[in-house]
Each structure stands twice: as structure tokens, then as C-alpha cells.
Design a protein around this ligand. Structure first.
Ligand code: XMP
Length: 305
């Protein structure tokens, strides 16, 4: 385990020396990793840090407003790029292609935001397990393998690259960041696009966003899962009222893990699962069926793509 306070001092000194008198850009996502990086970089660089929040249209319910509020002292640029993301993802079904498209679009949007600002460095919240999985070729992490090889930046700085998630949370508590961030569940860089199997459309994302909000409301506070989520699979037959219908199938997943490299499903009480199922099918009329995923990682992953 790292000594959080020593880590903070070293990380700030290192960002200062790498960036020199230049400027750096950070992408805020609201997750614990990018938030810790943003605070470290803000302490190192003050207003030579340019925080950018990209609204991809793939974020969780209410996320954009919360991030604006929490980081308003840094005066972040908010780029509404959701139309660009949906256009780029149109017709794409391959999971790795989707990840690459989202990763590249992030960079393009940053570059547009910083045009003329003379920004030298990009600061990213990549953590140790992200690097291992990307280097091993397991998947392209949006904040590692999905990066275009040529960018307009002089370099990329990854202050958390040697830390595990629980170490990042220790640093977050020591900074301190509000509990709502330091204890926040991980959320993938490509956002809800990895929780929609196949082509990503606005309609599917709206459904899966509502389903994720319900799952979080029912599980986070009461059961404190390491991570919980809802994913939209395919359509299946159901019956609503007197009619057969063809509605979405939503998979619910709640896992225990230490570092995301392995995970096990949580054994939730049936009444909790029943409540989640009935809330999802009644509050989201286009959903016909809800299933609970009990597969460990490996062989499954935590996310669905
Ligand atoms: P998987 O699905 O590979 O995910 O078991 C492991 C953990 O990583 C999160 N995840 C990501 N985080 N960028 C991120 O910052 C990504 O591209 C990404 N993909 C998955 C996932 O939510 C889980 O906690």
C-alpha cells in the first residue's frame, strides 16, 4: 500500500517538473481516477491546468450536472459532443472498434477545445490494472490503447500508473475529495457504450441509463458492491397487458472485487432482485425481461464489452 501523503507530494512535484512552464489538459470524467489526477494537477499547475469535461452522451444519469458542480472551482470547459459520438458509433457493432472510436473521439474533442491554447501535455488517470490489461492485449482501454498514435500533445502524463484502485481511493481520501467521489464505483471510460451490446443508438443508451440508475439506487447504498451495472443485450418476447411484445433484455451485474482483475458476483437476496426486475420493467416500458449475471471474471469480464 502506498503512503498516500508521500504519494501526493511526489506526484505534485513530478507534474510540476514535467510540465515546466507549460500548460496541461486533463479530461474530467467524474470517476475517482481522473478526479484525483485533476486535484493533483491543479495543485501543481493552478490555472495552467485546463480541465475539460466531454459530455459524450454516454454518461450516467445526472452525471454532467454533478461534475459541473463539484469541479466548478477549477472552471472546467464543458464540451457537448454527444452528436459527434453517436454519429461516429453509427452502424458499428464490433466491441473493440467501438472502444477505439470512443477513445479517438475523446482526443479529437480535446484537441478542438484546446486549439489556440498552446497546451503541451495531456494528463490521464490511467491506473496499473489498465496498463496491464492493455499491454497484454486483452482489450483496448479507452485511455490507453484507444489513443491515436500521433497527437498534438508533446506528451502524456499518467500520475497514477503504478497504483491499484484501492490505493487511488486512499489518495482521494487523503487529498481530500468528497466521499461521493472517493468511494465512487468505477465507471468505464467508453461510458454506457460498453453496456450496450452491438450498435449504440440514442434510444438504447437512454434505456440502459435508466436501468443503471435503478440498479445503483437499489444496490449501492445498501450492499456496497465493488461495482454494479445494467447492460442492454438484445430484444426478446414479453407480454405487457394483453399483448405480446418484443422488448429489450436487461442484464444486471453486481460484483465483489479487489482490483478488477478478478471478480465474483454478489449473492443478493431474491427480494432485492425481484424489486430491481419489477422496477426496471415497469419504469422502462420498452424492457421485457431482466436477468442477473452470475458469471465470475474470468471467464467473463465485469463489463459486457
Ligand atoms: P472489465 O470489463 O475488463 O473491466 O472486467 C474491469 C474494470 O475496468 C472498468 N473499465 C474501464 N475503465 N476505461 C476505464 O477507465 C475503460 O476503457 C474501461 N473498460 C472497463 C470496468 O468498469 C471495470 O471496473
Amino acid at each position: 500500500m502506498v503512503d498516500a501523503n508521500a504519494f501526493i507530494d511526489e506526484a505534485i512535484a513530478s507534474i510540476k517538473s514535467q510540465v515546466g512552464n507549460g500548460k496541461a489538459l486533463i479530461a474530467l470524467s467524474g470517476g475517482v481516477d481522473s478526479s484525483v489526477c485533476a486535484i493533483l494537477a491543479h495543485r501543481a499547475l493552478g490555472d495552467r491546468l485546463i480541465p475539460v469535461y466531454v459530455d459524450t452522451g454516454l454518461m450516467r444519469k445526472g452525471e454532467t450536472d454533478r461534475i459541473r458542480e463539484i469541479f466548478k472551482f477549477m472552471n472546467p470547459h464543458v464540451a457537448d459532443a454527444s452528436d459527434r459520438f453517436f454519429a461516429a458509433l453509427k452502424g458499428v457493432t464490433d466491441p473493440e472498434a467501438k472502444r477505439k472510436i470512443v477513445g479517438e473521439m475523446f482526443i479529437r474533442v480535446f484537441e478542438d477545445v484546446v486549439k489556440g491554447l498552446e497546451v503541451d501535455y495531456l494528463i490521464q488517470g490511467t491506473i496499473y490494472p489498465d496498463r496491464i490489461e492493455s499491454e497484454g492485449g486483452i482489450k483496448s482501454h479507452h485511455n490507453v490503447g484507444g489513443l491515436p498514435s500521433v497527437t498534438d500533445f508533446k506528451g502524456i502524463i499518467e500520475p497514477l500508473q503504478d497504483l491499484y484502485k484501492d490505493e487511488v481511493r486512499d489518495v482521494a481520501r487523503a487529498l481530500p475529495l468528497p466521499e461521493e467521489i472517493s468511494e465512487r464505483m468505477p465507471f468505464p471510460g467508453p461510458g454506457l457504450s460498453v453496456r450496450v451490446i452491438g450498435e449504440v443508438t440514442k434510444e438504447k443508451v437512454a434505456v440502459v441509463r435508466e436501468a443503471n440508475a435503478i440498479v445503483e439506487q437499489e444496490l449501492v447504498h445498501q450492499y456496497k458492491p465493488w461495482q454494479c451495472l445494467a447492460a442492454l443485450l438484445e430484444k426478446g418476447t414479453g407480454v405487457k397487458g394483453d399483448n405480446r411484445c418484443h422488448g429489450w433484455i436487461i442484464a444486471v451485474r453486481a460484483v465483489e472485487s479487489r482490483d478488477a482483475m478478478t471478480a465474483n458476483h454478489m449473492e443478493l437476496p431474491w427480494e432485492t432482485l425481484n424489486k430491481i426486475s419489477s422496477r426496471i420493467t415497469s419504469e422502462i416500458p420498452s424492457v421485457a425481461r431482466v436477468v442477473y449475471d452470475i458469471t465470475p471474471k474470468p471467464p467473463a469480464t465485469i463489463e459486457f464489452e
